[in-house]
Ligand binder design. Structure first.
Ligand code: TRP
Length: 510
């Protein structure tokens, strides 16, 4: 009881959906869909969801709930030699992905502030001045240098907003889940859905929106034969659902003994994917509008990542006939919120891991983590930040996350009796389950997920060996990319060894 726990099941669901719905849903999904044959992409996406996403979500919920502990302690309970498999993801997400994720959230926060300021009398959107949105973002705003080894200057406004983001995350996570994450998500998530709905409706009323939506969803069935579409679908499902991060294990550990985990996993996954498709309407209606204004093709303006959110979208906003500032604010602020609810989830996962294993005090753990995190984020506020972000993101996503998912599935599917977990799921739900679904679940965990994830990892290795990622210098890729993957891996070994020397309270329910 002293660990804390969710007050309501809705609170838990909002937190899990809050973790899943993040920048990936907005700046990655719509482009993936467009690039991979529009509506046709939804087929491999749905298959990846059913074959890999939902089963692994159920798996993570089940382990966290059965052992009532976050990832390292749960993995330790599965097999004491594998505790590092619990530490590794929370470490590389906390001290890898999270560090730049928070800086990107800060960019969104600043763009939201710029939009607000432009509504003041005499105010203008800063990217409409001088060299336009692209020049503004890369040169004036980021001060981008010419390569990853030219660090350049730190940007003061970005540092300021990054400090604010970390302070906000700290203020939420020092409280136990029910008073911190749950309370924040109960405010942020409904607000996010409302803001997105306003953006979608507003977007659809713009001239040219129809053409944008047509390009977004019109199926090109021939693309289904292309293998990259399958890799993209599995990769997208994985990152977007926050599985393999150790987050869902921690979140499920705070649930009461009696709970329907399978239903919660379905709700979380379907809401996340539904949100992606929905947000895509806001993105593509605006792209359609812009293409019409500029007399170009939607394909010429569709991009992913920072290019979409910080160049194309601002440019489209500048073309709006009225209420530019308000539209900009709604967009940037909603992505900001989506990011915050994801960023808080990993701090919670890491902090609860340390608290569960070492019996440390929450306030101290969260404060130390946020200070270290902020220090780590600073490197991404420099002129080389975007390059570092790009390299580390590629390596941690293609190798870290996928390998963790693969090992988790193999480990539980083959070395731990999965029927134990099946009993547990049934028990937790007062013994009530249809008998047929467990075959699908077991097969996915034992065969489909390992084969799919294994092939994706092998393929990424081949790709990376053939051509250096995005043409970056090899030293940068090895030092930053591999360095981060291997460094956090070693650190997870150290943490597991350290925890062997500290007292292990017995795990209940084994
Ligand atoms: N699922 C999130 C997305 O789609 C990513 C994410 C979840 C994340 N939790 C995180 C990223 C914690 C960094 C840290 O964007």
């Amino acid at each position: 009881m002293e660990r804390g726990g969710w007050k309501t099941n809705t609170g838990f669901l909002l937190a899990a959906i809050g973790s899943a719905v993040g920048l990936g849903n907005i700046w990655r999904f719509s482009y993936m869909c467009y690039k991979n044959g529009g509506g046709a992409f939804l087929i491999p996406y749905l298959i990846a969801l059913l074959a890999c996403g939902i089963p692994l979500m159920i798996l993570e919920f089940a382990i966290g709930h059965k052992f009532r502990a976050s990832a390292p302690k749960s993995m330790h309970a599965v097999n004491s030699e594998w505790e590092w498999l619990g530490w590794w993801p929370v470490l590389f997400v906390m001290f890898g992905i999270e560090l730049y994720y928070c800086v990107v959230i800060a960019w969104f926060g600043l763009y939201a502030v710029f939009s607000l300021k432009s509504m003041l009398p005499g105010g203008v959107l800063p990217w409409t001045q001088g060299g336009g949105p692209e020049d503004f973002f890369f040169n004036s705003f980021l001060g981008l240098t010419d390569g990853p080894f030219t660090i350049g200057a730190m940007s003061l406004p970005i540092i300021g907003m990054t400090v604010f983001v970390w302070l906000l995350l700290w203020a939420i996570c020092v409280h136990r889940v029910e008073g911190g994450v749950e309370r924040a998500c109960k405010i942020f998530m409904p607000l996010l859905f409302l803001l997105t709905a306003v953006l979608v409706v507003w977007g659809l009323t713009l001239d040219g929106a129809g053409e944008g939506i047509k390009q977004y969803l019109q199926p090109d069935w021939t693309k289904l034969g292309d293998v990259t579409i399958w890799r993209d679908a599995f990769g997208q499902i994985f990152f977007s659902l926050s599985i393999g991060f150790g987050i869902m294990i921690a979140y499920a550990s705070y649930l009461p003994k009696q709970t329907n985990l399978v239903r919660s996993a379905f709700i979380t996954c379907l809401c996340n994917c539904g949100f992606s498709v929905f947000a895509g309407f806001a993105v593509f209606s605006v792209l359609g509008f812009m293409a019409l204004q500029q007399g170009v093709d939607v394909g010429d303006v569709a991009k992913a990542g920072p290019g979409l959110c910080f160049v194309t979208y601002p440019q489209a906003i500048a073309l709006l006939p009225a209420f530019k500032g308000l539209f900009g604010f709604l967009f940037f602020f909603s992505v900001f919120i989506a990011g915050i609810t994801s960023a808080m989830s990993i701090i919670e996962a890491f902090a609860s891991a340390a608290i569960d294993k070492f019996d440390w005090n929450r306030t101290k753990v969260v404060t130390a983590t946020c200070i270290l995190g902020l220090a780590g984020s600073l490197i991404f506020t420099t002129g080389a930040g975007l390059f570092w972000l790009d390299i580390i993101d590629h390596f941690l996503n293609s190798y870290g996350l996928m390998v963790v998912g693969l090992l988790e599935a193999v480990m539980i599917g083959w070395y731990y009796r999965i029927d134990h977990l099946h009993f547990h799921l049934t028990d937790a739900n007062q013994g009530a389950y249809p008998v047929s679904w467990d075959i699908w679940w077991e097969w996915s965990v034992k065969f489909v997920a390992p084969v799919a994830l294994g092939s994706i990892v092998a393929w990424s290795i081949m790709d990376d060996l053939k051509t250096p990622y995005e043409g970056y210098p090899t030293q940068a890729l090895v030092l930053l990319g591999l360095g981060w993957v291997i460094g956090t891996f070693l650190l997870s070994g150290i943490f597991s060894m350290y925890s062997k020397h500290t007292q292990q309270p017995d795990v209940e329910g084994l």
